[in-house]
Write a protein that binds this ligand. Structure first.
Ligand SMILES: [Zn+2]
Length: 344
């Protein structure tokens, strides 16, 4: 079969590898019907993979092809959503709905034990706990929305949940990438009244408005902080969805959140320490977040995707064949594409 491997920075290729197969009785093998490239895939694309030949991709929907002897909840032929992390569904963290902390779990496409989803097929460990099966295959037009539930929509929702977005809240979303835009969708879905998206890419902020953003702040640094204060009666927003992960993004988040407010972090942090610890203390700030337990959120978000109430599939602005996956990385890295959907 063919799969996407990252050899070194900027060197990502579609190659022929050994077929995905059942190794453990709890495994399933899925045929990938849609996968995509994540903003977080651009970190190894620029800085180099965790190991040479890293199998890439952690977002997919697919069809179950085979199941191991201990798999009980899945059967061949089912359409499944594959969360970016695998989990047993049984440990104390899974029971609490924090599958990304599963004591037997791990992540796809990061150079670890599990393979990558930018491929024709994939072995899924702990298949019963990991995969979310759908009873019937919905309309083709809904497939991008279903795919978004494997990561970006669940991650945007996690940012909103961690930032404690409630009806009527004022919200700022730091970042206009796919997760930021899904954060806008999530904030609106949870009833936020004011949703300020921070970004300077016109096409993306325009889409953010269509998805529910009420204001756009294109400024950066001190000017951005000033603008957000002026939009919020001088105090800043109640909730910040930090969807970038850079030092500047967290610094901005701390500067625009009001006293008693909360920051939900879902951008993988590329900084060593949280700044402004005393300020955060004296202003009673909550700083929360981490890898989203998207497996837990599928249950809640799926009905709204199926009904069309939310349209997270709109974050995909380009569809490429798996053969062109390297081109997809280039397009996203050069900001010519927001998010690339890949069809094996
Ligand atoms: Zn678990």
């Amino acid at each position: 079969m063919r799969a996407t491997l990252m050899h070194k920075a900027r060197d990502v290729r579609l190659e022929t590898v050994a077929d995905a197969e059942i190794i453990l009785p709890t495994d399933a093998v899925i045929r990938i019907t849609r996968a995509c490239i994540c903003g977080s895939d651009l970190w190894p694309y620029n800085d180099g993979p965790n190991r040479a030949g890293q199998a890439m991709g952690h977002e997919a929907i697919g069809i179950v092809e085979a199941v191991g002897s201990a798999v009980e909840r899945l059967r061949p032929g089912q359409l499944v959503i594959m969360p970016f992390a695998y989990s047993d569904g049984q440990c104390l963290f899974c029971e609490e709905g924090l599958q990304t902390a599963c004591i037997h779990g791990g992540f796809f496409g990061n150079g670890g034990e599990a393979g990558g989803a930018q491929a024709e097929a994939l072995r899924v460990p702990l298949a019963d706990g990991t995969l979310y099966p759908l009873d019937t295959a919905p309309d083709e037009a809904l497939m991008p929305g279903l795919l978004s539930l494997s990561d970006v929509m669940g991650t945007g929702h996690h940012a909103a949940v961690c930032a404690r977005v409630t009806p009527g809240a004022s919200v700022a979303v730091v970042g206009d990438g796919a997760v930021g835009l899904c954060g806008v969708i999530a904030a609106k879905r949870l009833g936020a009244e004011q949703i300020i998206v921070m970004g300077r890419h016109a096409g993306r902020t325009e889409l953010a408005r269509e998805l529910g953003a009420t204001d756009v702040v294109a400024e950066r640094g001190a000017e951005a902080v000033e603008k957000i204060r002026s939009l919020t009666g001088g105090f800043g927003v109640k909730a910040v969805l930090e969807c970038v992960g850079t030092e500047q993004a967290i610094a901005t988040s701390l500067a625009i959140v009001r006293s008693g407010g909360a920051i939900g972090r879902v951008g993988v942090p590329h900084y060593e320490a949280l700044p402004e610890t005393r300020l955060a203390f004296y202003r009673n700030l909550t700083i929360s977040g981490g890898p989203a337990p998207v497996r837990a959120y599928i249950e809640e978000l799926l009905p709204d995707v199926l009904s069309g109430r939310i349209e997270p599939g709109r974050v995909f602005d380009r569809t490429l064949a798996l053969d062109d996956v390297a081109e997809g990385y280039r397009l996203m890295n050069e900001r010519q594409s927001l998010k690339v959907l890949v069809r094996p």
